[in-house]
Design a protein around this ligand. Sequence first.
Ligand code: SAH
Length: 196
Amino acid sequence: SDIGSQKDRVVTEEEWLQKWEMGNIGFHKEQGHPLLRKYLDVLLNGRSGLRIFFPLCGKAVEMKWLADMGHSIIGVEVSEQALKEFFADHNLPYCEEPIPEIPGGKLLQSTSGDISLYCCSIYDLSSSIVGKFDGIWDRGALVAVNPCDRQRYVSLMISLMEKNSSYLLVTVSYDPNKHKGPPFYIPESEINTLFG
Ligand code: SAH
């Protein structure tokens, strides 16, 4: 099949941490993502003061955009360096605390309280720890997840959604036989199967 070449590929957490250490972060968009601007109304759907989730958040500047619009931002990222760079890049004071339910995990929260970033693996989270969300911005997240973990990731995302929540998903289209990823190629048919 056309995804056969990527099916068994695994990028470890250690490799992601190394990417951050080496500054090998070509995925980071300093100007933010044009598709969030374009589809912002779909995400918000006329609502204000939402809880918006950024899975595998990196130091995405869109977290600052949405916080400035009055929403609460919750992100999760395995690299503490990424999260510290986020707060430093935007001159935001923050404090750190352990997460009782997640040994070794840390919560970095802006002093203003509107941006809460969990430093741990996404797979450590559950709705009992982070609650549920009105909106999810999935860019560089599902496409970064190892192909073997996709169903687990999507089931978790679904469990974190409030009844009327909206989910914006950005994927990439290319020939998976020519690039090993990430980002990984996910055919639309698979996305439909994953999300049901
Ligand atoms: N969404 C961000 C970052 C995309 S790159 C953006 O749009 O810029 C994917 C990010 O996921 C990396 O920063 C990597 O460190 C992080 N990551 C990879 N596996 C993870 C996991 N299991 N749990 C949490 N974060 C993870």
